[in-house]
Design a protein around this ligand. Sequence first.
Ligand code: NAD
Length: 450
Amino acid sequence: MRNIAVIGTGYVGLVTGTCFAALGNSVTCIDTDSAKIASLNSGTIPFFEPGLLELVLRNQHSGRLYFCDDLATGIKNAEYIFIAVGTPMQEDGHADLSHVRAVAHAIAASLDHPAIIINKSTVPVETGDLVSAIIREHREHEIEVSVVSNPEFLREGSAIDDFMHPDRVVLGVSHESVAQRMIDLYAPLEAPVIVTDVRTAEMIKYTANAFLATKVSFINEIANLCEEVGADVKDVVAGAGSDKRIGTAFMNPGLGFGGSCFPKDVTALVRIAERYGTGSMILPAILEVNRLQLDRILGKIETALGGIQGKLIGVLGLAFKPNTDDIRESPAIELVRRIVAKGGSVVAHDPVAVPNARKVLADGVRFVDDCYEAANDADAIIVATDWNEYKQMDFCVVKKLMNGVTVVDARNIYDPERVVSSGLKYLGVGRRMKEKSGQSVQSAPSPVSV
Ligand code: NAD
């Protein structure tokens, strides 16, 4: 059993702390948000993540998992101190390191024993050096600290499984002895471990996220071309992606990427490339393709309905992806905003993200508990998040409920023929109807500027 402190109880910190407790360690999770800590101490968790509440409760009851809002108390006796605070995007695109800096100062002020400080937040190259320098310069006690970069690759929605069964654990260290202690900590996971220097570890995380975002923008561009040439992108992905060098993961075209990581991390990497003088041609293009994809989907709806003004549109899904209530940078939320800005009204459904969506969407949006209610009287419905529960919609029922006939499958979850055979019009992303039905999926219009 090891003593661990995790600073920041967001999606990453809470999962990290809870999973380390589940592996038999004694863990204290710390957050400056006292209300969050109070609710964790009373047995509720601040966001939706499958399986997390049960795991938190089990480990709290076993006396291995604690929560507190005082950093000095929380890091007492900790041999390993994880930093898992947010690193949001600043207005100029750089990662905002103010929370990381604040934590480094707080550690310097109260740490009175040797410890390994582990940066789990996604941070630009040189942040490890920055944290070391702050602690060294401001420490109250002459203690030994070593700063490690240990980026996190978990995905919201499958975070526990991702943490417990990672493809790899990346450890950026400056001393071999520290590497060994980190390897020991992660040993129960039996995962491949990549030990490298701190800066390389910091680059690995940005590289991974930028590459995944590249795949999304790439396949969106290909899907748009498929629409024009009359090809079906699903078959294109199956055909190209079955090549082991390519793969099919992150090759599902749609509304574009969102969430709290890809947009900010790709942007931050652009800034890092500028700072170091290499610049980037690919990364800005990834962001631009992503931005235009939402315009294109909106353009499809506009063309199909002859304008959005005065139309009622049912939106299925608000979270940035399924199995989470996270709406940060969600393309679905942006889509709703744009529809309302163009004079349309929205009836929106999401299995878990509605409470968060209510905080950022107001006029022109009504929220419903049942996904079929979103089709009621609607001129069009749009699948904006590919939740499983939308996959088996009964389109005969949908057709009866709707005022119009347009189904925009912005996540390509439906067989176009199934939708069309119910008398509805199907608009996917890069899809083509099979010839035999004699009907065709409406091809997308050329991009419109909106
Ligand atoms: P989050 O916003 O959900 O949580 C951050 C938490 O840190 C908040 O609870 C906040 O109150 C707390 N905090 C801020 N300043 C603090 C301080 N000085 N002391 C103590 N607590 C403080 O963030 P997140 O989504 O968990 O992301 C954390 C980091 O991990 C980011 O760098 C992110 O890029 C990275 N990351 C996120 C994911 C993900 O899927 N969310 C995956 C991999 C990596």
